[in-house]
Write a protein that binds this ligand. Structure first.
Ligand SMILES: *[C@@H]1O[C@H](CO)[C@@H](O)[C@H](O)[C@H]1NC(C)=O
Length: 511
């Protein structure tokens, strides 16, 4: 171990002029898809030779070298005990900020309260950088301050209300819809802009008056000596965004925000023998069906499951379905079910021709990378937004799962399988995703090293962060200019009146 460390430091110094860094990742969210992306990010850094420590609610069976795990056991069970059947959830934009407020505080408090976490925070370890995941979660950023290391934030979403305020990045409600309003696009009508602006304002007021102060109190309950949360939350060196122009709209980003979308897509590994055979033998092609790691296909309403199976039984194609049960009554012969499937490795097979998905961002990006058309059946959270974007980019059809009927399912599936435009557009998008100066995994490593090399890279910090909100919005300046203009106008009118009065009194005297 020591020798590896010395060797790694040696190579690192020669190649980059910096030392082999000690990087801490604290991923307090007990959600599987969140963890999978974050652990991939840390694995990339470990593979590049850094000494990586990961605090999380999940554990790797075969961690790579230089990858130490601090496992918060029981956290996942604790949250999933409270979880609900996601097929039955409905979402109202108006309560979204309140829901996120409670979820975010719950996750953070569960981590702060965990014995393993508490013990870890008592150690006097030194780190060169700390990475946390953004989930409207500011209190957890304290870990960076605690270990006296520059803080890097990873966000599974594009720049938005979760990250913008803390980097001084321009918010643009005039053409960037809030995530909680998935029916809006970047091209909004007047009334849609009114709706977006009202929601944006409400969300901001709620966050800054209720959520943020409550997170500050939460932090000080566990760490009474911590500085005010303002001094921590607005002191983020770098934000890594899971964003790519192939799936997201262009919006402004200050230099401390970097797009690294697609970093989670690793080189395909060889398939297990049985799957390889199934894919090789599917001469009419393969439809891959998975609703991701949070939504369980086995919990799907029976009526919907039945008509989906009825449609599949009429197809020539082979369907591979990630289904979390060993039994699927009425399963036709061309449908293969498995509890778990190596999605990205399967996508790399030439016989796969369609992906039926929940519209999760990581999955959508994998489909784009491999140039696959998508049927997006959104269930919850930002899946509807991803599905709509994919549809407007021409490689997908989107419908909310709750609205799916036998007729619509059949019509959409036939359309996607028969019209070549979906495949062509998917290939175009794939070309966009692959056309970049640096592989996203290398970009992750570059920017983390950059922050380490430049000790937090304060030169990237936007001056917007040092302004009060009314200064940033120029409200003080506008008021000042209006007042001056008013005073000037008043003076002119007053002097004119004075002058005309005098003139008339002179005239009177003359008469
Ligand atoms: C803010 O970040 C810089 C760079 O990492 C660090 O030196 C400073 O101590 C941080 N401030 C606080 C209050 O944590």
């Amino acid at each position: 171990m020591k020798i590896v460390g010395v060797l790694c430091a040696f190579v690192f110094i020669i190649v980059t002029g910096a030392e082999c860094a000690k990087i801490l990742g604290v991923f307090h969210l007990a959600g599987k898809s969140h963890y999978m992306a974050c652990s991939t990010l840390m694995k990339i850094l470990a593979e590049k030779g850094h000494d990586v420590t990961v605090v999380a609610a999940f554990k790797e069976k075969n961690p790579p070298k230089n990858y130490r795990q601090i496992y918060l056991d029981g956290l996942y069970e604790q949250t999933s005990a409270q979880s609900i059947n996601l097929f039955e959830t409905t979402s109202f934009a108006a309560i979204t900020p309140i829901v996120f407020h409670f979820i975010s505080n719950m996750f953070q408090e569960m981590a702060f309260n965990h014995t393993v976490f508490k013990e870890f925070m008592k150690t006097n370890e030194k780190f060169d950088a700390v990475i946390v995941e953004e989930f409207q979660s500011e209190a957890i950023k304290y870990v960076g301050h605690h270990f006296n290391a520059p803080l890097i934030v990873y966000s599974a979403m594009d720049a938005g209300d979760w990250t913008n305020p803390f980097q001084g990045n321009p918010d643009t409600p005039s053409y960037h819809p809030c995530t909680a309003l998935p029916h809006l696009t970047n091209h909004m009508s007047f009334l849609e802009r009114v709706e977006n602006t009202l929601y944006y304002t409400y969300n901001n007021i709620f966050y800054h008056l209720i959520s943020f102060p409550s997170q500050n109190r939460l932090l000080h309950r566990y760490y009474p000596d911590a500085p005010h949360l303002k001094d921590i939350a607005y002191n983020v060196s770098l934000v890594l965004l899971n964003t790519d122009p192939s799936v997201h709209e262009p919006i402004p980003k200050v230099p401390s925000m970097k797009d690294i979308g697609g970093f989670h897509i690793r080189k395909p590994k060889p398939l297990p023998e049985d799957l390889q055979k199934i894919l090789d033998n599917a001469k009419h092609g393969v439809i891959f069906f998975s609703l991701g790691s949070n939504v369980k296909s086995k919990d799907m309403p029976k009526e919907k499951r039945d008509f989906i199976l009825r449609k599949f039984s009429k197809l020539k194609e082979t369907v591979i379905w990630k289904f979390e049960d060993t039994e699927l009554p009425g399963k036709p012969d061309n449908v293969i079910i498995r509890n778990w499937l190596p999605q990205n490795d399967i996508f790399a097979h030439k016989n796969v021709k369609l992906f039926i998905s929940h519209g999760g961002l990581y999955s959508t990006m994998e489909a784009v990378y491999h140039g696959l058309p998508v049927m997006a059946l959104s269930v919850f959270a930002e899946q509807e937004l991803n599905g709509k974007r994919a549809e407007s980019n021409g490689f997908a059809r989107h419908i909310r799962f709750q609205q799916l009927t036998e007729t619509s399912f059949s019509e959409i599936l036939d359309d996607l399988l028969s019209d070549p435009k979906y495949r062509e557009n998917a290939k175009k998008r794939s070309g966009i995703m692959k056309d970049k100066p640096m592989d996203p995994a290398d970009a992750v490593n570059f920017w983390v090293e950059y922050v380490v090399r430049h000790r937090g890279a304060p030169h990237l910090r936007s001056a917007a962060l040092d302004l009060e909100w009314y200064e940033y919005l120029l409200i003080d300046v506008v008021l000042f200019i209006l007042t001056m203009a008013g005073a000037f106008l008043f003076t002119v009118v007053y002097l004119y009146k004075l002058w005309s009065k005098r003139r008339s009194s002179i005239k009177e005297k003359k008469n």
